[in-house]
Design a protein around this ligand. Structure first.
Ligand SMILES: Nc1ncnc2c1ncn2[C@@H]1O[C@H](COP(=O)(O)OP(=O)(O)O)[C@@H](O)[C@H]1O
Ligand SMILES: [Mg+2]
Length: 339
């Protein structure tokens, strides 16, 4: 019998929270399914689980660590004051406090979040990355040295396809300038403009610290998108089921990949995970071209953990039921050497 643990699950509060706030109502909604799934799994595993929502008051965390004295903190927080830019700062604090926690540390989160820095590191190590240019707010676009059209223009540090739509795909100087200005002004973010990589859209989930497990590959297929249209996981593609039906988009397990190719994709993904100093678990977004070149698009440390999302589905296919997956993530968190 494995030791039962005291687990403190850290949530994002969307407004100010209190130390003993009850989130059961929120957890019944679609937006909170990850939180609900993880709490349920901890119950199934027989751990003693409590939760704490954080908005902007980190003293609550200090108090809760003192009164509950958890063996491990299960980190589901990736916002601070509704700002997703601060996830690595919350984790930095945990590292300084010396408390064990699940998932990725501050360095990995920081390197992965910046879509330019991560590509520079991987490009240096001869992993295929799209050519790109970063355009900070306030910088003029006229004389930039930049990749060839078509390009994808996106926020340099966003996730969940925020700021990604059909208009992110640009083919002319005018479209490029318009989209860069839009992201600068409406999203108030710096921009990365990348060469558009045509190919299959693959998602690879990995777990571990030194020894890594790679789970079966997922794919977003674009069945009815016309050949001259870009194939991208835009915001609507990701979050709107009706839209997916209309364009024949489907998230599924990748089919018809040669086992030799799969083995080489797995090796590359392990290298990426290590080069970006990821801990715990992650999902990598990749593109596979018609001539089987694998391009890195983005790394997502601490990917969404809901039972019906890619990471858990991949683990399930590898024979790891959801509660066992949650337990493994905890055990990895306990073993991770931080700081
Ligand atoms: N360089 C690129 N070439 C082709 N498609 C891209 C490129 N960059 C982004 N995309 C498309 O946009 C989606 C979202 O981009 P990504 O960088 O993963 O942003 P997010 O962090 O919001 O998930 C990708 O999954 C892919 O479909
Ligand atoms: Mg992505």
């Amino acid at each position: 019998m494995k030791k039962k643990l005291k687990v403190l699950v850290l949530f994002d509060g969307s407004g100010p929270t209190t130390i003993d706030q009850d989130f059961s109502k929120e957890m019944k909604t679609e937006d909170w399914k990850t939180e609900a799934n993880v709490m349920a799994a901890l119950g199934t595993l027989g751990h003693t689980a409590e939760h704490l929502g954080i908005y902007d008051d980190l003293d609550l965390l200090r108090q809760k660590l003192e009164t509950f004295a958890p063996d491990i903190l299960f980190n589901l927080a990736d916002h601070f004051k509704n700002n997703p830019g601060f996830d690595q700062n919350i984790v930095s604090l945990l590292e300084m406090q010396g408390v064990a926690f699940t998932g990725c540390g501050a360095t990995g989160l920081t390197l992965c979040k910046h879509k330019g820095i991560s590509k520079n590191i991987l490009g240096y190590h001869h992993i295929h990355v799209p050519h790109f240019v970063v355009v900070p707010r306030g910088q003029r676009t006229a004389r930039l040295k930049r990749p060839k059209f078509p390009m994808v223009v996106k926020p340099v540090k966003e996730e969940a396809s925020y700021g990604i739509s059909r208009a992110s795909f640009v083919e002319t100087d005018e479209q490029f300038r318009e989209r860069v200005t839009f992201i600068h002004e409406k999203h108030d973010c710096d921009v990365i403009a990348e060469e558009y990589i045509d190919g299959r859209e693959l998602y690879v989930s990995l777990m571990g610290n030194t020894r890594l497990t790679v789970f079966p590959i997922r794919e977003l297929v674009f069945r009815e998108v016309p050949p001259d249209e870009p194939k991208m996981a835009t915001y609507t593609a990701k979050w709107d089921e009706e839209y997916r039906k209309r364009w024949g988009l489907a998230y599924q397990f990748a089919e018809n990949l040669d086992p030799v190719l799969v083995a080489s994709i797995e090796q590359t993904c392990k290298r990426i995970y290590r080069l970006l100093t990821i801990d715990g678990y992650a999902r990598l977004d990749l593109r596979l071209t018609a001539d089987n070149k694998l391009y890195f698009i983005e790394a997502n440390p601490n990917p969404h953990l809901a039972e019906d999302e890619d990471f858990a589905l991949s683990a399930g296919k590898a024979g790891l039921p959801y509660p066992q997956l949650i337990d493994r993530i905890i055990r990895h968190g306990i073993q991770t050497v931080r700081g």
